[in-house]
Design a protein around this ligand. Structure first.
Ligand code: GCV
Length: 723
């Protein structure tokens, strides 16, 4: 007896201890909770909010309404630091009611129709009103998922210190398909993934469903993401087999109540690899029938399956061109297979071929523009922000604006393949905004990429935005704690591309780190300077593709072996006369893929933006820049500026000691040190290498590299993640 009693006392103490560990901020700040921490607000803030929040009323028992109720309960109680009762009826002033008119019949006494009609399937409306003579806040929408989005918005208002008085706000997404692209492989690795292994535990599915899948869906729903492509675009046909479809269905079942649809990548040669056919020719009747049967099978498992994402005839992937068919032939064949089920095909425009003797930057436009108008209604062409490959700075892709008859969706890279991977702090919102705010001039001045993407410029029937995910099985999801900001940003911008980078940063910081005004300001400054710094210490003034072979982490401007269009020398073209890729009308003529106003601006060395100078022009080392410096001097100064900014970022972060929980503070501090050393490596390697062509001194006053070019060339990195 005594032993048993001791055992239970011990267990009780252990539980108490583990509970106190769980709620202790130190343990809790491992980053798992992302921006949904819901820790108690300041007492001032709580006092302000209390009269508006006395009870939660969330009728309805569906899976989504259960999620809504739990989220509201967790959020309100957490932020106010005391339990907020959830009830079926409004009984007091300060009730928060969440529901659709169907799920919450008590809302039917209000006239909601006119406003709800304008909100579509996913929009929501938050407003203050009186019900049963009690002052209430209503969160409503046409659909339950809309209500869920509204609840997240309401909680965000609290997390960011906004007023809850006299609320009247509505929001609906500007883009329909807001989708994460996971480059996750079936073996658990993630191509260009820097946050651990894949989240998807294929070997355990469908029997074991890791609770983390629901946490993933919840995080995505909180920022409006409504789709996920589970598998790598470098696709494996196995995922389309019955065995894997059952696993995919298990994930889809978990994600559905959060408003998230599942998509898969379709390997074009799947009919051969898993179907036993002799061909994958998209016009072959057996192939057409195979895909149709396959689609029917998928929809039997996953009735709301979103559709396929396809990388074809790019970087060795099979595609319709293997059979002398066009991208439209391939896409349409798949589109027909999913059309009757309401599915879509997202066909990537990231195509290039080293056997094509033309500037790689031109190839996608050349292949796709002639196909405009030839795609089925349920096909979107997915275009990366720039014409090469997510380089730190690229001009916008010339396809934007050039395909009025084909819905183009934007593909952004959230994972930091070219931005220091899991080790550098680079806030990507300014990068994304640079593309979205570019004026294509497709229909005259003011034809921004954002309007191509939200469909308003060409009246696209479907719209979409994809983000290549940076999520992995790391405890904090993204490896670098600030990687979370890029995931958050992608969702927020896909919902509304007009949001500013600064506003998104502030929101994220308040939700993730602190509500203290000064802390928010300092971290905002740090984040906002990080993108330009990342460009400057790697590829300033329009340089691009200078990274090391294979892993893409460090510098490798000297690499000149192997496939030409994968070598930095193909892109920088440095020689004793100057540096840069001549894409003007005298060179590769890539400028002519842009509309006349843009073409003219890029073609003329006096009007091209200096930050894209070497993208479009081969420029003399002694060319005078706007600052009066020569190109060589300006290039050096930019590289040095990049490193100096990282030093400044480090200083800002150090000044926050004591204001951030020590776990994340120390982690970021260490990563910033790695970033600084690596930025110096990039700077020194590039400056020393380009100096072998310019034959000019590094301007006086700039610290001299302490290592030789040979030293930087000799650095060999093995076993980097993601490659
Ligand atoms: C998934 C770049 C990356 C590849 C990636 C490819 C793509 O080339 O380095 O890892 O492949 O882009 O977007 O398809």
């Amino acid at each position: 007896m005594r032993t048993t009693a001791n055992f239970y006392t011990g267990l009780f103490l252990l539980l108490l201890l583990s509970k106190s560990i769980l709620i202790s901020p130190l343990y809790a700040e491992d980053g798992y909770r992302l921006w949904l921490r819901y820790d108690p607000l300041s007492s001032e803030q709580i006092t302000k909010y209390q009269p508006f929040i006395t009870q939660g009323v969330v009728p309805g028992r569906s899976a989504t309404m259960t999620i809504v109720r739990n989220e509201l309960a967790q959020g309100l109680s957490g932020l106010l630091g005391k339990e907020v009762p959830m009830s079926e009826q409004v009984t007091r002033d300060g009730a928060i009611i969440a529901g659709t008119p169907d799920s919450a019949p008590l809302l039917q006494q209000l006239s909601l129709e006119d406003t709800l009609r304008q909100l579509g399937e996913e929009g929501y409306w938050l407003f203050s009103t009186r019900i049963n003579n009690k002052a209430c806040t209503v969160i409503t929408a046409n659909t339950e998922v809309g209500v869920l989005y509204g609840v997240f918005h309401f909680l965000r208002l609290m997390q960011t210190g906004q007023t809850l008085a006299a609320l009247s706000l509505s929001s609906r997404p500007k883009v329909q398909l807001r989708i994460l692209n996971h480059w996750d492989n079936l073996d658990g690795s993630v191509e260009r993934g820097y946050a651990g292994a894949s989240l998807w535990q294929w070997h355990e599915l469908p029997t074991y469903k890791d609770p983390r899948y629901a946490d993933y869906a919840r995080a995505n729903a909180s920022i409006g993401i409504n789709g996920t492509v589970l598998t790598n675009v470098n696709a494996n046909a196995l995922v389309l087999t019955e065995e894997y479809l059952r696993k995919v269905a298990a994930l889809a079942d978990i994600f559905r109540p959060y408003g998230i649809k599942v998509y898969l990548t379709a390997r074009f040669s799947a009919p051969i690899e898993t179907g036993g056919l002799a061909t994958a020719d998209p016009l072959d009747t057996a192939v057409i029938a195979w895909w149709k049967t396959k689609a029917d099978e998928i929809y039997r498992h996953i009735p709301d399956f979103g559709g396929f994402l396809v990388k074809a005839n790019s970087e060795g992937q099979p595609g319709p061109q293997n059979y002398n068919r066009s991208h439209a032939d391939g896409a349409n064949m798949l589109a027909d297979a999913v059309a009757s089920h309401g599915g879509v095909v997202m066909w990537r425009a990231f195509v290039y071929d080293n056997n094509v003797p033309d500037d790689r930057a031109k190839q996608a436009y050349n292949e796709f523009v002639p196909l405009d108008g030839q795609f089925r209604d349920n096909v979107l062409v997915q275009v990366k922000n720039g014409p090469i490959d997510f380089q730190p700075r690229e001009p916008f892709h010339p396809l934007f604006g050039a395909m009025p008859e084909t819905p183009l969706m934007l593909e952004l890279q959230v994972t930091q393949e070219y931005f220091g991977q899991g080790l550098h702090l680079t806030y990507l919102a300014p990068y994304y905004k640079e593309c979205l705010q570019s004026d294509t001039y497709a229909k005259g001045k003011g034809s921004y990429v954002a309007q191509v993407i939200d469909g308003t410029l060409h009246d696209y029937p479907i719209t979409g935005m994809a983000g290549v995910s940076n999520i992995g099985a790391n405890r904090n999801w993204t490896g670098h704690p600030f990687g979370q900001a890029n995931w958050f940003t992608f969702g927020r911008l896909a919902w509304n591309p007009a949001l500013s980078a600064e506003a998104i940063a502030q929101e994220w910081i308040q939700m993730t780190f602190s509500e203290e005004e000064q802390v928010v300001q300092l971290i905002t400054d740090l984040m906002m300077m990080s993108y330009e710094a990342a460009v400057n210490y790697r590829t300033p003034l329009g340089l691009h593709h200078l990274m090391a072979w294979h892993h893409h982490y460090g510098p490798g401007p000297w690499i000149d072996e192997g496939r030409a269009d994968w070598t930095p020398v193909y892109y920088h073209r440095a020689d004793s006369g100057g540096i840069g890729f001549d894409r003007t009308t005298r060179g590769s003529d890539a400028v002519s893929q842009y509309f006349p106003e843009v073409r003219q601006k890029f073609n003329d060395i006096t009007t091209v933006p200096e930050n894209l100078l070497l993208w479009f022009h081969h420029v003399d080392w002694d060319h005078r820049m706007q600052s009066g410096r020569t190109l060589w001097e300006a290039l050096c100064y930019k590289y040095y500026e990049g490193v100096d900014t990282v030093r400044q970022m480090k200083e800002i972060w150090h000044s926050l000691e004591g204001n951030i929980d020590s776990q994340r503070y120390e982690h970021v501090k260490a990563l910033l040190e790695i970033q600084l050393q690596h930025a110096i490596e990039w700077r020194n390697a590039c400056v020393l290498y380009f100096q072998t062509y310019s034959q000019r001194p590094i301007p006086s006053g700039l610290e001299k590299p302490d290592k030789t070019l040979d030293y930087y060339k000799s650095i060999e990195r093995k076993y980097l993640p993601g490659s």
